[in-house]
Design a protein around this ligand. Structure first.
Ligand SMILES: Nc1ncnc2c1ncn2[C@@H]1O[C@H](COP(=O)(O)OP(=O)(O)OP(=O)(O)O)[C@@H](O)[C@H]1O
Length: 695
């Protein structure tokens, strides 16, 4: 009997009311998706060009993933993973844990997904975690503004190329969608050279634009609904968080978290204590995040619920943010696409070691550089093709105002370059805002070797009067006073002396301005002797989207045997392959059963996940099925095995086999799946088998 893969697979956490109320609605978005026009081309690792539709249908047929709630019509942007997909996710996160958490002694935490409003208000998500969308007032269609600009300008550039008789790479998916919905196809219209340049420059910097800038671009280039050619309204901000309320009384608004980071920041003080005040250190977390994307598309690449793996590395901002292990990665060569190149409208990457990139200041500091290199090592370990990987620096406007530097690891696929990992130096922003809001000491305290004498402007607050004057806002006002810079304190001390009162800005209190007089505060220059240094650590944050990485990696390891599209192979490295070894008895003869059962149990004991295929299909068919599932090794049991306990081991990629005793093959499998040996090592030390299995 065929041994089944584990049947536990995570379902989407989000359920539409239609499912919960058991009524039927059919999502037009999913219907559109299911119509599945001819797709773009996947360039495989062996250089073939395969229609993406072929890979897509293989992944669905083998149940790597499937649209959630499909029999109810589905909801775009929500997917369930099937057994091989779930195993792949688990193996990816397992490698991630070993590569980052274990290797660096990180402190892993698991925080709640439900987050009260106040936390996300303080972090800035309530006000700023938004994308820009525009609406076609006639059809009601909603577009993500930057995607709309991209689509229209790319179509015009394509039309220009056609008119100039140049070769055009066609994204057949987009073309087919367009044709289906409209009369119009891309028009072959020659553009002015200056216009082409302007379009290209705009596209290269698209991530750099905010809403008003996108509005200007839409006006300037007369961007319209690509289907109806109708005008669209100016972009408006759309917050991407799913709102909910916590508890039955609905008086505690909350959100499903859009990232795992905030839970880690809020536990900083306890984690530092757990780490016995040792700095630097990192926390890490793997968990679901939720974003109400305006236009989810491209399968797993843009979804509304996804697994994130995030690291928050806390570092002393003084001393250049050095990393003690940077020397181990400094020679790692990387493809870097820097900000200046993008601003000039180009997309060429520079190959450079990370050591050089940090030395020349291209990458801001060692700790950031260390993580960029470690991200690359992780991605190539799980099967990502180095030649389809680049690190793109964020442009100034693209970064949050507090970020010091930010790079995305992007992977090239049939959808173009896709951001899969973000790596940002978030400075001290997050810990500072939460500290200011709550008064919790999210800081590091270190005893100084030599006491430090500091001349500074100090503010004394008359607490007895402060409370009655500001009531519930007293703490917030006090925190704002504490946060005043030395420069401002000096200026305010003069104002206070001259006018008897001052005004300061306080976030979240009425109009934001608060008046303070001499009765409430006093500002004076004094000398302070500091025995303990107190500082807010800076945070370097590598942030991984597991689903995106999974899909891009699948495209990178995909190829078809002998150029035959029907014979797909997924060459997963053994560490991430859903099943490590397939056990195949030569036929359904009961004589093979005891040996298969004993092999199965021995493999379980040594921790190598196997699966039995004892169906009546031919051996070739059974292996072909497992090529599609990416199973790297196969053991065949024949009558020779029953006699002398020798078995064959087959390598998925080369289809070569070796024959040896059961013990030798099991030991080889263990070292192959642990990554201690490769197939090239095995075939050197065990006899190759080129004959036929004994029937
Ligand atoms: N809607 C999504 N679907 C799947 N993965 C996502 C989604 N949004 C973000 N991610 C993943 O989470 C990682 C970190 O999130 P981050 O906030 O940096 O993404 P982002 O810059 O908002 O992404 P994008 O610009 O593509 O919307 C991304 O690199 C990506 O792998």
């Amino acid at each position: 009997m065929t041994q089944l893969l584990p049947r536990i697979f995570p379902r989407s956490f989000l359920s539409p009311p239609s499912i919960l109320a058991r009524t039927f609605t059919c999502s037009p978005a999913l219907q559109k998706q299911n119509r599945n026009p001819k797709m773009a081309t996947v360039k495989t690792k062996t250089g073939q060009e395969v229609d993406r539709l072929v890979l897509d249908s293989m992944l669905r047929r083998r149940m790597f993933y499937t649209p959630s709630f499909e029999i109810y019509g589905g909801v775009s942007g929500l997917y369930d993973y099937g057994p091989p997909g779930t195993a792949l996710v688990n193996n990816l996160t397992d490698v991630w844990r070993k590569h980052f958490v274990l290797e660096e002694d990180m402190l892993e935490v698991d925080c709640t997904m439900l987050t009260p409003h106040d936390i996300l208000k303080t972090s800035g998500h309530v006000d700023k975690f938004a994308d820009w969308m525009c609406k076609d007032p006639k059809t009601g269609e909603i577009f993500r503004a930057d995607h709309l600009v991209e689509e229209v300008l790319e179509a015009r550039l394509k039309g220009d190329k056609e008119a100039r008789g140049q070769k055009v790479e066609v994204d057949a998916e987009k073309e087919a969608k367009k044709k289906k919905k409209s009369k119009g196809e891309t028009k072959a219209v020659k553009l002015d050279d200056a216009v082409v340049k302007e379009y290209e420059e705009t596209l290269a910097q698209l991530d750099n634009f905010d809403g008003p800038e996108l509005e200007q671009i839409i006006k300037k280039f007369d961007i319209r609904n690509p289907v109806t050619d109708g005008p669209v309204l100016p972009p408006v901000a759309f917050n991407l968080m799913f709102q909910t309320s916590i508890g039955p009384s609905s008086n505690m608004p909350g959100y499903l978290r859009p990232e795992t980071a905030q839970g880690q920041f809020l536990n900083f003080q306890k984690l530092l204590e757990f780490n016995q005040q040792g700095m630097p250190f990192a926390s890490a977390s793997i968990g679901k995040s939720f974003r109400n994307e305006i236009s989810p598309r491209a399968g797993l690449l843009r979804v509304r619920e996804f697994l994130m793996a995030e690291i928050e590395h806390y570092v002393d901002p003084e001393g250049g943010k050095k990393h003690p292990r940077f020397v181990e990665v400094k020679d790692v060569e990387m493809s870097l696409l820097d900000r200046d190149v993008q601003l000039s409208g180009r997309t060429q990457t520079t190959k450079m070691t990370i050591g050089k990139a940090v030395e020349t200041g291209l990458v801001d500091n060692e700790t950031l550089g260390y993580f960029l290199a470690r991200i690359q090592l992780f991605l190539t370990k799980i099967g990502v093709d180095f030649n389809k990987l680049r690190f793109r620096q964020h442009m100034q406007n693209e970064m949050a105002h507090y970020a010091a530097d930010c790079w995305d690891a992007e992977l090239h696929t049939s959808y173009g370059w896709i951001e899969c990992v973000g790596c940002a130096d978030r400075s001290a922003y997050d810990l500072t805002v939460h500290k200011n809001k709550t008064g919790a000491p999210l800081v590091v305290r270190e005893t100084r070797a030599e006491p430090l004498r500091v001349e500074e402007w100090q503010i004394d607050i008359e607490k007895k009067k402060f409370g009655p004057r500001f009531k519930k806002d007293a703490k917030t006002v006090e925190a704002a006073v504490d946060a005043l810079s030395q420069e401002l304190r000096e200026k305010l001390s003069l104002d206070l002396k001259n006018t008897g009162k001052i005004e300061i800005d306080v976030d979240g209190v009425g109009s934001g301005k608060v008046e303070l007089d001499k009765e409430l505060i006093n500002i004076e220059k004094r000398t302070r002797v500091e025995n303990v240094r107190e500082y807010t650590p800076n945070v370097i944050e590598p942030s991984f989207g597991i689903g995106r990485i999974l899909y891009c990696m699948v495209e990178h390891v995909y190829w078809s045997r002998a150029g035959d599209e029907a014979r797909g192979v997924l060459s997963f490295p053994p560490a991430v392959a859903p099943t490590k070894v397939l056990l195949v008895p030569l036929s359904t003869n009961p004589a093979f059963k005891p040996l298969i059962q004993s092999l199965s149990s021995k493999l379980r004991k040594i921790g190598v996940f196997s699966r039995v295929d004892d169906s009546s299909a031919s051996i070739g068919k059974r292996y072909a099925r497992n090529d599609e599932l990416g199973t790297p090794f196969g053991i065949t049991v024949d009558f020779q095995s029953v006699k002398d306990n020798t078995i064959t081991l087959r390598d998925r990629d080369s289809t070569k086999q070796v024959r040896a005793s059961e013990d030798e093959i099991l030991a080889a499998l263990k070292s192959l799946t642990d990554g201690e040996e490769t197939w090239a090592d095995i075939i050197k030390r065990l006899p190759e088998f080129t004959g036929q299995e004994v029937e």
